[in-house]
Structure formats: C-alpha cells, structure tokens
Design a protein around this ligand. Structure first.
Ligand code: PMP
Length: 421
C-alpha cells in the first residue's frame, strides 16, 4: 500500500468546502446562481424577476445594438475563434485596430490586448518584475495583481488600504532592497468602491524613484471627461507609467489591456507568458470591445459616464439613508466628491452576509457577496453596483427592498454595521 498523502484530500476538508456545504443545506449559497437572461437592470434569474445590482456592465452596453453588431460582424468575418496565440496565427487586424484605438484613447504610446483582464495583470507584472525587484501594493488591490506578483517572484511589500504614510514606509524599505521598485494600485478599488489618491501616490513614487502602475478596471468608461479612468479624473495620466484595464466592465466584453511606453509594451509582446501561451481574444470579444470603446469616445459616452455616476451617487445615498454602512464618496482635490458604481454594504460577519444576501435574493434583488480573501478578514460585504441604464424607479424599488429586508433581518439577527464616518 502506498503511504503518500492523497492530493485530493484537501478537496474534502478545506474550510471553504465545509462552508459551502453548510450554506447549501439552507440554500444560502450566494455564488454560481443561474442567470437566464442578458445582464441588464432587471434580469431573469432562477425563474424569477430580480433587480440586478451585481453587474459590472456599468454603461449597460452588453445589449447595445452597435456593440452586438461589432460582435456579429467580427464573427461573420473571422469566425468563432482564431485558434492560436497572438505570437503565431492568432493576431487579427481587429486586435491591432483595438490596440491602436485604446492607446489613442488613453493617450499612451502603445497598448497590448490580452485575452482577459486578469491575464493582463499576470502578464505585465510577471514579466516586468523579477527576483530582486520590489513591488508595493495596496492591501485592496485585485487578486490578479497579487497573482502576477507571485508569478514574478519579486519581493512584495503591502500597505494598508490607502494609507499614504505606510506607502512611504514601504518605499523607504524598498530603497534598501536593491532592485527596481514598482507601485501598483487599483484606480477604483473593486470591493471598497473608493478612488485611490493617485496624485499623492505619484508624488511618493517619483520621490523614491519607483514606477507606478494603475489598474483602471473599474474606472475606465466611468471616470474622467474622456472616460479614461481615475488617472484622468485626478490629472495624473502622464505620471502613471503603466495602465491596465479590462473589457469585462464598461466595455461590455471580455479581454484586457496594458497601455504604456512602446519599449515596455514590446517587451510584453515578446516575453509575457500569459500573452504568448494562450489563444488570442475571440473575434466577438474584440469586435464588441472595439464598438464599446467607440461609443465611450463619442458624445454619447460622456452622457453615459454622467448617468452611471449619477446613479451611483443615488444608490450610495439611498443605502446610507437606511443606516447601512457603505463607502463615503471620495473627496477630490477640486473640492467635489465622486461615488463610483461600486457601492459596498459592510456586513462584517461572513455567515450574516450570506443570510442577508439570501433575504435580498428572495425579495427580488441580486447583489454580490464578498468574503475573505476578496476582502480583509471580518470585512464581509454585499457588493452592489449600478449601471447607467438603471432607471430611478428600479433603484427606488431596490432601496425599498433593502429597507424591508434590513428591518426583518435586524429583528432576528441584531443590528448591521451603521454608516461610515
Ligand atoms: N482588476 C480588477 C480591479 C478587477 O476588478 C478585475 C475583475 N473583477 C480584474 C482586474 C480582472 O479582469 P477580468 O475579469 O477581465 O479578467
């Protein structure tokens, strides 16, 4: 009899698996729910009408006829897939057109398109960084940034979310590490929904000779007059060395991009393994993303950015007025404030978050649930998000549903965390 441990044994005993089983027993698993319609302000989910407050389709473009035409035309011309990597037979003229359009929109020398946003982070960080370098990350950075760092084998130094004093401390420590230094932050944090203090981060990065990369996944197509993201909104586009964005949010598709100087982008083209050793983005994804970028760059784009931000402020204020703990809209240097489409509701306790999710779901509102490690331990939250296409009546209905569910939930389980600040 072999005495080795069965590598499958953790599949039966892992804490997450046990939690999943316990939640299944009372039908309170907030994950893998079956969507039976297009993602829209109101959807069909598991046989019921539900208000969708959990989509990253910020501009509502996934059903826009021009975006659909972009996908259909690409399929008609190039087929369903390219069946090859970008390096070999997988580069279409459409990929190159999209890269040119994105670089032009973001005002960078060059851009490289990956098959997903997560791969863009893996590919950029795993290639630009190496053993001997130091990368400094905000504790709220997206998981794919952390995975890219692991891939690179660079030294990682993390600082507590948005704490500039701790960022400076990490920079001082990194100075003694001896290699190159890269600071990487989300422009809009995917769970917290706040905007990074990029001017101060750029000041510190410059002072310590570090390069700066910003993940604009949730800012692209939402923030800034051109919709170019948090870097544009905060006036630091020319101080950010590399920008990452994904097509799976405002751009209503799937794919990712790294935009920056040609020498760095060329290095990624020839050296980035998550770019080289995978099939290129399928024609429908590229065609739809390209159509969505063109809408963003038109006057209509500006109207959509304004509408999604207006809805974000409305939902944030509505949930706050119920006594829920959501993110404070971010104060900008010009004295204005901005609430992003990511509106988290802190619950703190994992189990309560699942139960609150279930009550909302049964009352006809779908939201996302984020538990550790997506958030810090004890930071369980319901992640709500709005689209430009939500109308006021639907948001009012969702807020009223939250009010009723909160009242019944607190009567049974005790108070939920109150407003921040
Ligand atoms: N960065 C951030 C901040 C994200 O929120 C996400 C997706 N949730 C990604 C990267 C990865 O993008 P994609 O889903 O396109 O792979």
């Amino acid at each position: 009899m072999p005495t080795t441990t069965d590598v499958f044994s953790k599949a039966r005993t892992h804490e997450r698996v046990l939690q999943l089983r316990a939640a299944r027993e009372i039908d309170a698993v907030p994950y893998f729910r079956r969507l039976e319609s297009a993602t829209a302000p109101v959807v069909e989910m598991e046989g019921e009408r539900r208000i969708m407050l959990g989509s990253n389709n910020y501009l509502g473009l996934t059903s826009d006829e021009r975006v659909l035409k972009g996908a259909h035309d690409a399929i008609d011309r190039y087929g369903s897939g390219v069946t090859g990597s970008r390096l070999l037979n997988g580069t279409l003229d459409l990929h190159l057109e999209l890269e040119e359009e994105l670089a032009d929109w973001l005002g960078t020398e060059d851009a490289i398109v990956y098959t997903t946003g997560a791969q863009a982070n893996l590919g950029a960080l795993g290639t630009i960084l190496g053993p001997g370098d130091t990368v400094i990350v905000d504790s709220g950075d997206h998981a794919s940034i952390l995975d890219g760092v692991i891939l690179s084998r660079a030294k990682m130094r993390a600082f507590r979310h948005n704490r500039l004093d701790l960022l400076e401390k990490r920079l001082q420590q990194a100075e003694n590490d001896g290699g190159g230094i890269l600071v990487v932050v989300d422009g809009v944090f995917s769970m917290e929904g706040d905007v990074a203090p990029l001017p101060e981060i750029a000041d510190l990065s410059e002072r310590y000779g570090a390069r700066l990369m910003v993940d604009e996944a949730h800012g692209l197509g939402v923030l800034g007059a051109r919709g170019a993201g948090a870097s544009e909104l905060l006036g630091v586009e020319d101080r950010v060395d590399l920008r990452m964005a994904t097509f799976s949010k405002s751009l209503a598709s799937c794919g990712g991009v790294i935009a920056g100087p040609t020498d760095v982008i060329d290095f990624l083209r020839i050296q980035s393994r998550p770019f080289l050793f995978t099939a290129s983005a399928v024609p429908a994804a590229v065609g739809s993303a390209l159509a969505a970028v063109r809408i963003c760059r038109s006057d209509e784009g500006r109207a959509l950015f304004a509408r999604v931000l207006d809805n974000a402020a409305y939902l944030n204020a509505g949930l706050r007025s119920l006594g829920l703990h959501t993110v404070e809209p971010t104060a900008l240097p010009d004295g204005s404030v901005v609430a992003t489409p990511v509106v988290p509701v802190l619950v703190a306790d994992d189990w309560k978050a699942a139960l609150l999710w279930k009550a909302l779901y049964e009352a006809g509102v779908y939201v996302n649930v984020a538990l550790h490690p997506a958030v810090p331990p004890g930071g369980a939250l319901l992640r709500t998000s709005v689209m430009a296409t939500h109308d006021r009546a639907t948001l009012d209905e969702a807020i009223a549903t939250f009010a009723g569910v909160k009242r019944a939930f607190e009567a049974e389980h005790g108070p939920l965390p109150g407003p921040a600040g």
